[in-house]
Design a protein around this ligand. Structure first.
Ligand code: PAF
Length: 302
């Protein structure tokens, strides 16, 4: 495994891999890697011949009062996981390498960036879209892997790829959960044991919503209300949002007649957690399972 910190070295190595006829898989991360990241790396390992992981805590996607400074940074453990999972190249740049003095170009995916998490995290998806486009330009992958846990992020990246004709295929992989259902997240490290226990309410609430829909409930407002009630009844949990939205437009729906995205953001103590689930009414089970969606604009001649 090669570990590099510069854009020039990353370019050199990925261009060589391309010249050797290898298909390049890319997993962008902010480090503090866990089994969720490992599942993306394994998917890339399975599908492609040269796997690149970027580790970069991207300052531009954090608001002024957010957790940029305290975001977990575990470089040695991350490199070890990458080595163990057979990653070929880790790109671990500095902030100066990614955002040199004078940087002033931003990418906005309007319409999709200001709803759900974008409402309480203004500027977040502008930072994500900008850094992901930069990383795609640096690595030039054939296939890039994202987790369904960040459903809005994945939807925004798919739109970015489509709108800007980027020659990369986006694969969205299923949420990886702990045994008690909590979606794996680097931010789970912030939780005290008591908060960690309370945090399972997100998954339990989503399961309840899925059950209602499976039993034939079509009223999205009622299902949303149930999510709100379950979160509100949990001590130490503060709801940021609970929404039932169209998975493509991310706009609220009123009737559940096709698969919808139930999305939650909840503060457990001071830690903001997100989770989601595709709710599929019984008569629409063939339509979509919410995972492994891919989108490709153009294609790459290798
Ligand atoms: O999902 C993440 O870890 C980040 O938002 C990403 C895609 C690596 C961009 O910084």
């Amino acid at each position: 495994m090669q570990l590099v910190a510069t854009i020039a070295d990353t370019r050199k190595l990925t261009q060589q891999a391309r010249r050797d006829g290898r298909c390049i898989g890319f997993v962008p991360t902010m480090g503090a890697l866990h089994e969720g990241h490992a599942s993306l790396i394994r998917a890339a390992r399975r599908d492609t011949d040269f796997v690149v992981v970027s580790i970069f805590v991207n300052p531009t996607q954090f608001g002024p009062n957010e957790d940029y400074q305290r975001y977990p940074r575990t470089p040695e453990a991350d490199w070890a996981l990458c080595r163990q999972e057979g990653v070929d190249l880790v790109f671990n740049p500095s902030v100066e390498e990614m955002y040199p003095a004078g940087f002033c170009t931003w990418v906005e995916v309007t319409g999709l960036q200001d709803v759900l998490c974008g409402r309480s995290r203004p500027g977040h998806f502008r930072g994500v879209a900008t850094v992901v486009l930069k990383l795609f330009n640096i690595v030039q992958p054939d296939i890039a892997y994202f987790g369904q846990k960040d459903a809005q992020q994945a939807r925004i990246i798919r739109q970015l790829v489509r709108d800007l004709n980027l020659p990369v295929e986006i694969r969205v992989c299923p949420i990886v959960r702990a045994a008690d259902g909590l979606a794996l997240s680097s931010r789970n490290a912030y939780l005290t044991p008591q908060e960690r226990h309370r945090a399972t309410v997100l998954y339990r609430a989503l399961q309840t919503a899925q059950k209602l829909v499976s039993q034939g409930e079509r009223d999205a407002l009622l299902v949303r209300q149930r999510l709100v009630e379950l979160i509100s009844a949990t001590p130490g949990a503060t709801l940021d949002y609970a929404e039932i939205v169209d998975p493509e437009t991310l706009r609220p729906v009123t009737q559940i007649t096709q698969p919808v995205l139930a999305a939650l953001a909840v503060r457990i103590g001071s830690t903001r957690l997100i989770d989601n689930m595709i709710l599929t009414p019984p008569d629409a089970e063939h339509q979509m399972d919410g995972t492994d969606q891919s989108d490709m604009e153009g294609g790459r001649d290798s």
